[in-house]
Design a protein around this ligand. Structure first.
Ligand SMILES: *Cc1c(COP(=O)(O)O)cnc(C)c1O
Ligand code: SF4
Length: 339
């Protein structure tokens, strides 16, 4: 049982569907909530753009009022400098369009396949490499599942199906339960993995219905959440992470290394320790994908290596995430040598 105070906050929570439809999309509202005067913004803000502001309220509530440098705020606030053209930063840095055998399926690595289950995300992270991805063509829906399932059935080297997006947990439990049941009929698939930021940004998404389909089949359930800073993991998030672990779900976290947000060893160490409090282990520490509009978040590989070396002195080995980068032609994420 969670402590009493926590139970009462959980009972006050709105449903995840409500939280998902009632997101903040207007930066004036966000700034007002944080008691920030936009006239005093350290950078030009950007009102209209192709990847608009989008912040779920439970996430915004974890931001520190009065702090322009808040690490959560910086991840979501659209800045004018996103429009500066940066050589070497591209629209589709991972060239995923080329590994897209069917709409909604990305098969780049031999044993595992990504299924784009939902095009949308609850939150818009400014650094996201998917900000220019053609979601409209990749939101297959039920009628196109059959082709994707046939593809997986016909490729016996695929032993893991990864629900991805967008954010796959934006989809309904009914849809996810039906799809998971279908996948479980494919004998060579052993593991079901979900990559989602929803357990962090709208923690009430992890409810009984969700746990039901996650654990209802013979597939081994793995959930990879995405958190970049310990301030993202409040008690409500922690409570849901523990629920998952208690149901036998392996929970891992991936982090993107972001300038001005988490590019210090102490900040990353705190995140790992916070995750462990809730039975979640770090998985990858990603170098930023070089997507146009995100250059101001870039941390050099050299600095990333220096940070990781220090992390190794601060933490036990199991709390040090693997530093990796993505290279378009590569057959896996590429580990970066730290020594
Ligand atoms: C990251 C990724 C995966 C999963 O890679 P792991 O190293 O197994 O975590 C699978 N397919 C694609 C296209 C990916 O980008
Ligand atoms: S795919 Fe992940 S990183 Fe990108 S906007 Fe959605 S939640 Fe954020």
């Amino acid at each position: 049982m969670p402590p009493k105070a926590l139970l009462s906050t959980i009972h006050k929570e709105v449903s995840w569907q409500q939280a998902l439809s009632d997101v903040i999309t207007d930066y004036s509202e966000l700034l007002e909530m944080l008691q920030l005067d936009h006239q005093q913004a350290p950078h030009a803000l950007m009102a209209e753009n192709e990847f608009p502001l989008r912040v779920p309220r439970p996430f915004a509530e974890r931001m520190e009022p009065g702090n322009w440098q808040d690490p959560l705020l910086q991840q979501v606030l659209p800045l004018g400098k996103e429009l500066d053209y940066q050589p070497g930063f591209q629209q589709d840095p991972l060239q995923e369009k080329a590994s897209n055998p069917l709409p909604g399926l990305i098969h780049k690595y031999q044993s595992r396949v990504l299924m784009v289950v939902s095009g949308g995300c609850a939150i818009h992270c400014r650094y996201c490499f998917r900000r220019h991805f053609p979601y409209a063509d990749n939101n297959p829906g039920r009628q196109q599942w059959q082709a994707a399932l046939d593809y997986i059935r016909g490729n016996i080297e695929i032993n893991e199906v990864i629900y991805s997006g967008g954010d796959p947990l934006v989809a309904s439990d009914k849809l996810l339960a039906d799809l998971t049941r279908e996948i479980a009929t494919i004998e060579h698939v052993k593991t079901l993995r979900i990559h989602s930021r929803l357990p962090v940004v709208i923690p009430q998404r992890i409810n009984d219905q969700c746990l039901n389909w996650l654990t209802a089949t013979r597939l081994r359930p793995v959930l990879v959440i995405h958190s970049n800073h310990a301030n993202e993991i409040d008690e409500a998030v922690g409570f849901r992470l523990k629920m998952l672990a208690n149901q036998g779900v392996t929970v891992l976290n991936q982090t993107v290394l972001l300038a001005g947000i988490n590019d210090e060893p102490e900040i990353l160490a705190k995140l790992s320790e916070r995750l462990l409090d809730f039975q979640t282990l770090p998985y990858y520490l990603h170098l930023l994908d070089r997507v146009q509009g995100a250059a101001h978040f870039d941390v050099s590989e050299q600095k990333a290596v220096a940070i990781t070396r220090q992390l190794l002195t601060l933490l036990p080995g199991y709390l040090v995430p693997r530093l990796v980068k993505e290279v378009p032609e590569a057959k896996s994420k590429l580990p970066i040598a730290v020594f």
